[in-house]
Design a protein around this ligand. Structure first.
Ligand code: PMP
Ligand code: GLN
Length: 380
């Protein structure tokens, strides 16, 4: 039978985590914390289950959770989404992204993808019948940035949507005010929608602020904003997040959402709504991860790995060209097997294999884990 996704194999995250386990390497590959979440969080979920919040929630999500999400976005970014008509709880960001694409992209529509790109985007676009149109980020001594002139040139009468991601996995770059101005100019006078993957919204460093598209009314009017509790609360296995968008866009989103999951598990929604009442955990997250970033960078400062800038996310990329001229996947495997530290080849975030001599490490780890990895990496 003809495959719907002929070019797709097993994701790189699964492949590298399996190799790390087999070789007993320190796993800095797949992005997830190796430390426990705040015990107060699962306690709220246990209480919700005990109180019999165990039947279907409303299709759109528990009202108290949607209200907390709306309040947070208003407090942090100043945009007032209506909790009833403009926010939907999703089974992680991944389901949110697929649902946005299924709801908005018609067969043959073009979707602009900035590479390197998170690996679910392109298969999701293809499942929706869309045609990805690629624009590569550019890398110079200031790090990766989006060449907006090339984004503008990529827009055609068939462009339906632009996929954006800031803070950006895998490069750790973040959109700044100039990026927002350029984007605003490009989409003005078009019907192009934007899907803004902001799952790392609370991990932005060195005093910069996260440029959520929800801060900008002109952009928010055409944007789906995506986030994930997995990242913010150290519970990647919970697979729960949300999408926010203007009511007309959200109505289309929900038509699809109701038939691909219908709704997301009730006790976690009840627990998260209660936990979100305290803003400290998300407001303090950037400082928490900045310390880990700095510890990890300091440990590599004298190694032969060249550190690329990291302005956000829990990922640090390095240029290993002084160590090896192996292709990235081979180098990541070698690093796992021979040095005992797993990493992710950045080439996995490109459709046409692009070799830049760069791999990504995840620093969402206990300090002891990072020290252990650093001891091994310092041999390079
Ligand atoms: N987008 C990006 C950029 C990510 O890094 C991730 C995390 N793997 C996701 C989406 C998916 O998030 P979730 O686990 O909530 O589906
Ligand atoms: N987002 C995580 C990463 O980039 C992995 C998610 C997954 O395993 N699919 O590493």
């Amino acid at each position: 039978p003809k495959s719907k996704l002929p070019e797709v194999g097993t994701t790189i995250f699964t492949v590298m985590s399996a190799l790390a386990a087999e070789k007993k390497a320190v796993n800095l590959g797949q992005g997830f914390p190796d430390f426990a979440c705040d015990p107060a969080l699962p306690a709220t979920v246990a209480a919700a289950m005990a109180a019999d919040f165990n039947q279907y929630p409303p299709m759109t999500g528990m009202p108290q959770l949607r209200e907390q999400i709306a309040r947070k976005i208003l407090d942090v970014y100043g945009h007032d989404y209506d909790a009833n008509s403009e926010i939907t709880v999703t089974a992680g960001a991944t389901q949110g992204i697929l649902t946005i694409l299924l709801a908005s992209v018609h067969a043959g529509d073009e979707v602009i993808v900035i590479e390197p790109a998170y690996d679910s985007y392109v298969p999701s676009i293809r499942l929706a019948g869309g045609i990805p149109v690629f624009v590569s980020m550019e890398l110079d001594e200031n790090g990766y940035s989006i060449p907006w002139d090339k984004v503008k040139a990529a827009i055609s009468s068939k462009t339906r949507l632009i996929m954006l991601n800031s803070p950006h996995n895998p490069t750790g770059s973040v959109l700044n005010a100039d990026d927002i101005a350029a984007l605003t100019d490009i989409v003005r006078d078009t019907n192009v929608l934007i899907a803004s993957d902001e799952v790392y919204e609370h991990m932005v460093y060195d005093g910069q602020r996260h440029e959520s598209l929800s801060r900008y009314p002109e952009l928010a009017a055409r944007s789906y904003i995506i986030s994930s509790f997995g990242k913010t609360y150290h519970v990647t296995g919970w697979k729960i997040g949300y999408v926010a968008a203007p009511a007309a866009l959200m109505a289309e989103f929900r038509k699809v959402h109701q038939y691909n999951v219908f709704s997301v598990n009730t006790p976690m929604q009840v627990g998260l709504a209660q936990y979100m009442g305290n803003p400290a955990p998300y407001l303090e997250l950037s400082a928490f991860y900045q310390k880990k970033r700095d510890l990890f960078r300091a440990g590599l400062a004298n190694s032969s790995l060249r550190l690329l800038p990291c302005a956000g996310t829990y990922f640090q990329s390095v240029d290993y060209s002084a160590v090896s001229d192996m292709p990235e996947l081979d180098f990541a495997r070698w690093l796992t097997t021979e040095i005992g530290v797993a990493a992710i080849p950045v080439s996995a975030f490109y459709q046409q294999s692009k070799e830049s001599g760069i791999v990504r490490f995840c620093f969402a780890k206990q300090d002891a884990t990072l020290q252990n990895a650093l001891q091994r990496l310092q041999k390079l």
